[in-house]
Design a protein around this ligand. Structure first.
Ligand code: DC
Length: 239
């Protein structure tokens, strides 16, 4: 092939965006688990966008930045020194070289994340970082606004939900298995409060994209959710 044509072909390949499927929904709907399984099954990349908000909340706290200081927190978000290291035991998250994999999953950091996620400047600062995860052969993007803001052109958009009671119960079981003491009514209340804040914020509120397929996982197993999403991906001709 002449050099010019070859260069053109390479250029065109570069311009073609890798495919992406978005999975949005409230916490506890099973998104994290099912997205990890999907990425593993398809051998695609995984974006856990919630982790970026959690890390931003934790990093701001560690730097002593007040969470009301929107510009200060956005600056932390824009300059995050974070690495996601995949391994046999799952993904290790390093913040400035420090392993924060378990710390970012605590309820405390979840609350910090919810507060920083309500700040428009923080969301803007994290936008390109999230889009950079879109690489061949494909991306599974897990979050709240993946289909409505970050990857609006995604060919498959899922909105995964479940009742607040069921999500509270799942969280309760998770915490108990890890040996933590927990109150089920308090967890359900906390989930409702967080849903309320995530759904009513002015920027990127939690809602299904108009072209999203809504899946209610209240009475479904993880395997059933995985199979339903895989069949949607197959029907869309992506695999
Ligand atoms: O999914 P998670 O629990 O790790 O998310 C933590 C917080 O970040 C939660 O309050 C919702 C928020 N979030 C968001 O606003 N947008 C995203 N794309 C992902 C998470």
């Amino acid at each position: 092939m002449p050099v010019l044509l070859l260069a053109l072909k390479v250029e065109m390949l570069d311009m073609t965006e890798a495919t992406v499927i978005t999975v949005d929904g409230p916490s506890g709907a099973g998104k994290g688990t099912v997205c990890a399984i999907l990425a593993d099954t398809l051998k695609w990349h995984l974006l856990d966008s919630g982790a970026l908000y959690r890390i931003t909340g934790l990093a701001s706290e560690r730097k002593g930045i007040d969470l009301d200081d929107e510009a200060g927190v956005a600056d932390v978000a824009a300059n995050l020194d974070v690495r996601f290291k995949p391994g046999n035991e799952g993904v290790t998250v390093l913040l400035e070289g420090d392993d924060v994999t378990t710390t970012i999953r605590t309820e405390e950091v979840g609350s910090l994340a919810s507060q920083v996620a309500a700040l428009p400047a923080v969301r803007a600062a994290l936008l390109q970082r999230q889009r950079d995860f879109r690489q061949a052969p494909g991306l599974v993007a897990d979050g709240r606004d993946m289909g409505t803001v970050v990857f609006t052109d995604a060919p498959v958009k899922i909105f995964l939900t479940a009742s607040a009671e069921e999500r509270g119960r799942r969280r309760y079981e998770q915490l108990r298995q890890k040996g933590f003491d927990a109150s089920l009514p308090a967890l359900i209340e906390d989930i409702r409060t967080r849903d309320e804040r995530d759904s009513n914020r002015s920027v990127a509120p939690l809602r299904p994209a108009s072209d999203a397929k809504v899946i209610d996982s209240t009475t479904l197993s993880i395997d059933e959710v995985r199979d339903e999403i895989l069949s949607i991906i197959r029907n869309a001709g992506l695999i």
